[in-house]
Design a protein around this ligand. Structure first.
Ligand SMILES: [Zn+2]
Length: 109
């Protein structure tokens, strides 16, 4: 059977990601809000990090996503270092994000 993987239209992904991902609009908004820099250390960002991990009930919304560099993104797992959390939440508050989602995430975690 020929491999037709490359013919799959990008806009209609047939598979569901195992982990929740940020949608296109959220991604764009996060990159613009954080200006391409890692919120944890200020380096050039390479990825969007869930502050409150998906594995623990964190939503894939702009107010739970921050840019991270390769090093900081690699450091994080389902365990959240308190200094990283503090810095990320402070950043979101200064950017005017609503953190009301935390209540629900904590209830579901
Ligand atoms: Zn970093």
């Amino acid at each position: 059977m020929p491999n037709r993987e490359h013919e799959r239209p990008l806009s209609r992904t047939a598979w569901k990601p195992r982990r929740s991902q940020f949608g296109g609009e959220a991604k764009k908004a996060i990159w613009e809000r954080d200006e391409g820099h890692c919120v944890y250390c200020g380096d050039r960002a390479v990825a969007i990090d869930h502050i409150f991990p998906v594995a623990r009930g964190g939503p894939s919304i702009k107010a739970n996503g921050v840019l991270a560099c390769r090093r900081c993104n690699g450091k994080k797992s389902a365990n959240i270092p308190i200094d990283a959390l503090t810095r990320a939440f402070y950043h979101l508050l200064t950017k005017g994000e609503s953190l009301k989602w935390i209540d629900e995430a904590l209830a579901n975690s």
